[in-house]
Design a protein around this ligand. Sequence first.
Ligand code: ZN
Ligand code: ZN
Length: 152
Amino acid sequence: MCAQAKPLNHKQVRAPAHDDAGDNGRKDKLRTALEELAHAAAKKHAEPICTAYSRLRHASRGMHVREMFKRADEALGQSSRDLIVTAYSHRHCFMCKGGIVACRSCRGSGQVEKGRKCLSCDGLGLTMCDFCRGTGWADRDSLPREIRPAVL
Ligand SMILES: [Zn+2]
Ligand SMILES: [Zn+2]
């Protein structure tokens, strides 16, 4: 209900230390990504978790995956990998519902004109979603490599 975004006050965001300038940009990105992930995790919405995770992967480039997950675990206070796998496996195709969309030729009516069946959909008024090839799930090719085996 509360739409107000509250700052995470458990781990106070530390002001960048004055003297370690070099890595700061990267560290900031990583920290932001971890906070975003923690925030998305708290709301338990699959899509934001996936978005935050892909940002985290980006920010932690060059870091070992295990190290990245370790940091994420710390930020979340739970197994980040499990959470992320769950989020990805709940990601539905955003173009359809269950792999099916209303037929474009007849706009879902099943007839091109009164008494004439639509041939594109065989009068069903529904066709397979092109986007997910009728699976109803988001494209599996977009799954990050390190969690793919666990999701599939
Ligand atoms: Zn049709
Ligand atoms: Zn679809």
